[in-house]
Design a protein. Structure first.
Length: 463
C-alpha cells in the first residue's frame, strides 16, 4: 500500500473516533441536561441599615411613612405589624444587591421607571441614606428593573424587592383587635372609677350568701356606691339589659399614637376608667379589659378613649360613653329589703313596738311545715306572709349614719343552711318628710316610704 493511502486511512479512522466521542458526549448531555449556573449577586450600595429611623414608601398599593422610636415603628394612623416593618432594614436595606447591570439603558419607560411601581426612601435623622425606585418585572425572569439614588444606571434585582415593596395596607399593618365578650353570662365584675360619672362596682358571685332565692336568682350585687352589698335586679331584667353594653365597644374612629401623645387627649389622667372582667367560653379562664375615657372633642361631641395596653386612640360617641358609664345603680338594684323565699329560712322574727311575729319553717316527715307564733299555717298563708315582706321596697339611695333612736321595725332572718347562706338583720328607723331610714347589713344606705312601713306593720299586726 502506498504511503499516501496509509496516511489517508489513518486520518479517516481518527475522524471516525472523534465523531464517535462527540456523539457520546452529546448523547450524555441529552440524557443529563446541564444545570444552569447559580446567579451571581453584587453589591450596589452599602448603608448603615441599623441607623434607619424613617422610611417613606409610595407604591401603587400603599403609601406610608414609618418612624422608629426605640424598637417600635409608628405610622400616623395605622397600627403597624412590627415584624413586617423590620424587614425593611433587616432584609432589604442591609442587602442592596443586584443580579445584573443594564449597559447603555434605553428610555425609563422601557423599564417601568418613568412611573415606578414603588419608591422607597430611607433616612437616618434628616440624612437620606438611599432611594430605591422599582420598575417592571423583567420578561421571562423572576427579577425586576431597579434604580438607586436617582442615578441613570438600571439594575436587575431579585424579586425580594417586590415582595417587600409591592404589598397592600393589610401586609404592613395589623388589625386592631378590640375586646369582645361572647355572652353576658361570661361577665364577672365591673368597676367604674373617676370623676366624670358616679363610681360603681358590681360583682357576680354564684355563692352570694344573701341570695335567699335558693335558685341563684341574685348572683350579681353592688358594693359601690353602697357601703354593704345590695343585690342587682335580675328579676325585672334591668341589670341584665345594662350588661349588654359591655360585650363590645364600637368606636366612631381610631388611630395609633405614640405613648407620650395620649396626654393631649386627657388620657394621661383619664376622667373615667371602666374595667370589665369576664371568662372565656368554657369559664376556665378570667381576663379583663380597661377602657379609659379622656377629654371631649368639642367639635363632634365624642369622647377620646383608649384601652389600657393598646396604643390606639378611640373616639366614642357621647351616647356610648353614657350607656357604659352613667349607670343608675339604684335603678338597677333589687328594691325589696330581701327576697323572702320561705324554703330558705328556718326563722324570721318581726318586731314592731310591742308586736312580735315569729315565722318558722322546717321539714316534718319529708314535708315543709310552717308556723306563725307556734301556730301551724297552710302553705298559702305562708306565701301570703312572704308577699307582705316583698312590699318593703326601698325608694331612694341616701346614705346616713345609723340613728341613735329605737327602730320602729326590726326583721331578723335566720337561714336553714348556714353553709350556703348568712343571717341578716334589717332595722327601719322613723325618718323625716315621709321617708324612713333602712339599715341593712349594718349600714343605712337607703330610704323607704313611711306609708309602706306603716301599712306593713298594720298588716303584720292584724289590724
Amino acid at each position: 500500500m502506498k504511503r499516501s493511502s496509509i496516511i489517508s486511512l489513518c486520518l479517516l479512522v481518527a475522524a471516525a473516533v472523534g465523531l464517535t466521542v462527540l456523539f457520546i458526549v452529546l448523547k450524555n448531555r441529552e440524557n443529563k441536561p446541564v444545570q444552569p449556573g447559580k446567579e451571581e449577586f453584587f453589591t450596589v450600595k452599602t448603608i448603615a441599615a441599623e441607623s434607619v429611623d424613617k422610611i417613606i414608601l409610595n407604591s401603587y398599593a400603599y403609601s406610608g411613612t414609618f418612624v422608629r422610636e426605640g424598637e417600635t415603628w409608628y405610622h400616623e394612623t395605622d397600627l403597624l405589624n412590627q415584624s413586617v416593618i423590620a424587614q425593611f432594614p433587616d432584609s432589604l436595606l442591609s442587602n442592596l444587591r443586584a443580579i445584573a447591570k443594564v449597559d447603555n439603558p434605553a428610555a425609563d419607560s422601557e423599564y417601568g421607571l418613568e412611573t415606578p411601581s414603588a419608591v422607597l426612601e430611607a433616612f437616618a435623622g434628616t440624612e437620606r441614606l438611599v432611594k430605591i425606585e422599582l420598575g417592571d418585572k423583567v420578561p421571562t425572569k423572576n427579577t425586576y428593573y431597579c434604580r438607586f439614588d436617582d442615578e441613570k444606571t438600571v439594575y436587575m434585582v431579585s424579586d425580594n424587592f417586590a415582595r417587600i415593596l409591592l404589598k397592600d395596607q393589610s401586609y404592613y399593618t395589623r388589625a386592631v383587635t378590640l375586646p369582645v365578650i361572647d355572652n353576658i353570662k361570661s361577665i364577672t365584675e365591673i368597676t367604674l372609677t373617676g370623676t366624670l360619672f358616679k363610681e360603681f362596682h358590681a360583682v357576680k358571685n354564684k355563692a352570694n350568701p344573701y341570695d335567699y332565692s335558693g335558685s341563684g336568682m341574685f348572683p350579681w350585687y353592688f358594693t359601690t356606691p353602697y357601703r354593704a352589698q345590695w343585690e342587682a335586679d335580675i328579676i325585672n331584667g334591668n341589670w341584665m339589659d345594662q350588661l349588654e353594653y359591655y360585650l363590645s365597644v364600637h368606636p366612631e374612629s381610631m388611630k395609633t399614637l405614640r405613648p407620650d401623645e395620649f396626654a393631649a387627649y386627657g388620657l394621661a389622667d383619664p376622667q373615667a376608667e371602666l374595667t370589665v372582667s369576664y371568662t372565656n367560653g368554657s369559664g376556665t379562664e378570667t381576663t379583663s379589659y380597661t377602657l379609659q375615657i379622656g377629654n371631649r372633642n368639642e367639635e363632634t361631641g365624642t369622647y377620646y378613649a383608649k384601652y389600657v395596653g393598646l396604643d390606639v386612640l378611640l373616639e366614642l360617641s357621647s351616647f356610648k360613653v353614657t350607656m357604659l358609664c352613667d349607670v343608675d345603680v339604684f335603678g338597677n338594684t333589687y328594691h325589696p329589703v330581701f327576697y323572702p323565699s320561705i324554703r330558705t329560712f328556718s326563722k324570721v322574727t318581726v318586731r314592731a313596738g310591742e308586736a312580735l311575729l315569729v315565722f318558722t319553717g322546717e321539714k316534718e316527715n319529708g314535708e315543709d311545715v310552717y308556723r306563725l307564733n307556734g301556730r301551724k299555717i297552710e302553705n298559702s298563708e305562708a306565701l301570703a306572709w312572704a308577699q307582705n315582706i316583698i312590699s318593703l321596697k326601698t325608694s331612694a339611695f341616701r346614705p346616713v349614719e345609723t340613728p341613735q333612736t329605737e327602730p320602729i321595725l326590726t326583721i331578723e332572718v335566720e337561714v336553714a343552711d348556714k353553709t350556703k347562706f348568712s343571717d341578716m338583720t334589717i332595722r327601719i328607723f322613723r325618718g323625716e318628710d315621709g321617708n324612713d331610714i333602712v339599715e341593712r347589713l349594718g349600714v343605712c344606705d337607703c330610704r323607704i316610704d313611711s306609708r309602706t312601713v306603716d301599712e306593713f306593720i298594720k298588716t303584720m299586726s292584724g289590724k
